[in-house]
Design a protein around this ligand. Sequence first.
Ligand code: GTP
Length: 199
Amino acid sequence: MSVTRHKIIFVGDAGVGKTTIIGRIMDNPFNEVYEPSIGVDFMSKNIKFRGQNVKLQMWDTAGQEKYKGLIPSYVRNSSIVFVVYDISVKSSFDNIPKWINFIKTIENTTLVLCGNKLDLTDRQVTKEEGEALAQKEGISFFEVSAKTDENIKNMFYNVVSELPTFSENNPNKENLIKELMQENGVENVQGGIQPNGQS
Ligand code: GTP
């Protein structure tokens, strides 16, 4: 059985929830305790597609400024970069353009904007602000909660379905996402805005 590999990177300010999002994608329980990441870590997730295994390497970068210099070598040759902010921390959203420009100087990769902590009620960034920024940048946008798991799997399969490994010869994205979720035992839940503004 052949194995294809892809690199998926998570960047964004410290504490926005990158480690927790990756944990949820890996089906781990929510961890309330904040343990700041040190440097860069990775986890491997195998996705089944028509009987084949596709290996997705998920790289979790540390948000603290002192580790930023480590990021470029990981972003090179990546397939997808999730740029994450916390909807309850305005500064983490204000820093998004800097993160996006930083990534763009390194690699021409697929960027995805992700607003995390949707479960919190003290929102400082509206959904419309997130949408507007994503539209300006021409990238996809999702709001999720790594705590409640809301929209995490939908975001993940929506985004990975765009990888040529899956999308080549499969022009119907909706069907492809459904197929991927079914084959990997995930229930389909909706949410997310595509670069063309369609939900
Ligand atoms: P660095 O490693 O420092 O860059 O942080 P990070 O972006 O990896 O954040 P991490 O996943 O460690 O989460 C930081 C804190 O936010 C932890 O206490 C998590 O439990 C909490 N957290 C993460 N996601 C959510 C969420 O969706 N909702 C809520 N309420 N808390 C969350």
